[in-house]
Design a protein around this ligand. Structure first.
Ligand code: PMV
Length: 327
């Protein structure tokens, strides 16, 4: 028996994923684009053990049960099927960022779990297949498998829906400066959110323009054209939040400081800082900026009312194995 430990970084989407065409397979309604976040990661060890009567999960040093265990068991089922094994697994997983710090962990968690569990089962899968498998656990996890700047092709089937790197981490000196305004758990998670996306009259319009926005964003990224990048990234985030707010029941993720930060970011850009905002399914604001302006953005954010904490990350690498031990 061997224990494999893998590490995967979280990621932030520039062009968002919101809504599925197939909830079971997690096939998204649109393709998305993201950047891995260096230094913000999950580390997961997996050992398949003939002696176990069920899967066991330890999350941040605590025995897990209920919903988080069930979600991991369901993911291990997919891996058992792929590896053609019946054995149960012992899984130890921890985030290097405080749980509840308001930074999404499902992307890094399911990417690390997929890599560790497949390797421990003796499978040596390529990035394409790892990405499709990680996607089953959490859509955005597909994007935490490859390195740097990543595109997730929506695809029409399990095999076609995968993420690949479009540029290495050092391609562009971007920094994600995260203003944490609420470290509590989000009221409605993204899983339920994807279900309700279609109840918004605006989802059709958001999805209709998504492919074009992705092309504009990708070109801006590859040409390191910050002005175009900033405009399309903010617009795409606003569109997703407009869908959230107009879903039934509505999902309002913003808190008062969220809006104040968005406004401040826009003002900073007007006076010459290279910075723009994007938000996930929560109130924290990801301020994407050029490295040359990162210190100023960090200092400015720390002074704003309602900002509890500021973290930052440069583009991160691919999910990778950090240790393999026998026994
Ligand atoms: O992978 P999920 O189910 O956590 O969905 C992620 C959804 C957003 O973070 C809001 C957008 C995205 O593309 O990451």
């Amino acid at each position: 028996m061997k224990t494999v430990t893998a590490r995967a970084f979280s990621n932030i989407a520039f062009i968002k994923y919101w809504g599925n065409t197939d909830d079971q397979l997690r096939l998204p309604v649109n393709s998305s684009l993201s950047m891995n976040l260096d230094g913000i990661y999950t580390e997961t060890s997996v050992r398949w053990d003939e002696a176990l009567a069920s899967d066991e999960l330890t999350l941040n040093n605590e025995q897990a049960s209920g919903a988080s265990l069930n979600r991991v068991v369901a993911h291990l089922d997919s891996i058992r099927q792929r590896a053609n094994i019946q054995t149960y697994a012992q899984v130890l997983s921890s985030n290097n960022f405080p749980t509840g710090a308001g930074i999404a962990s499902s992307a890094s968690a399911f990417a690390a779990l997929t890599l560790a569990a497949t390797q421990a089962a003796g499978l040596d899968l390529n990035k394409h297949e790892l990405s499709t498998l990680a996607r089953i656990g959490s859509g955005s996890a597909s994007r935490s498998i490859p390195a740097g700047f990543v595109e997730w092709h929506k695809g029409e089937s399990h095999d076609e829906s995968y993420a690949e790197s479009i540029a290495a981490p050092d391609y562009w000196d971007l920094v994600d400066v995260i203003a944490i305004v609420n470290s509590g758990h989000k009221a409605v998670g993204s899983r339920e959110g994807h279900h309700s996306a279609n109840t918004s009259d605006l989802q059709g319009a958001r999805v209709a323009g998504a492919a074009q926005r992705l092309e504009i964003c990708k070109k801006a990224l590859l040409e390191r054209d910050f002005a175009t990048f900033a405009e399309v990234v903010e617009h795409d985030s606003n569109l997703m939040h407009a869908v959230m707010m107009t879903s039934r029941p509505p999902l309002f993720y913003w808190l008062p400081p969220t809006l104040a930060i968005m406004e401040q970011v826009r003002l900073w850009r007007e006076v010459g800082l290279h910075v723009c905002y994007t938000l996930d399914a929560g109130p924290n604001v990801h301020c994407l900026c050029l490295a040359q302006d990162a210190d100023e953005v960090k200092a400015g954010l720390a002074k704003l009312t309602g900002v509890e904490q500021v973290r930052s990350a440069i583009p991160g690498g691919a999910a990778h194995v950090i240790s393999v031990s026998e026994g």
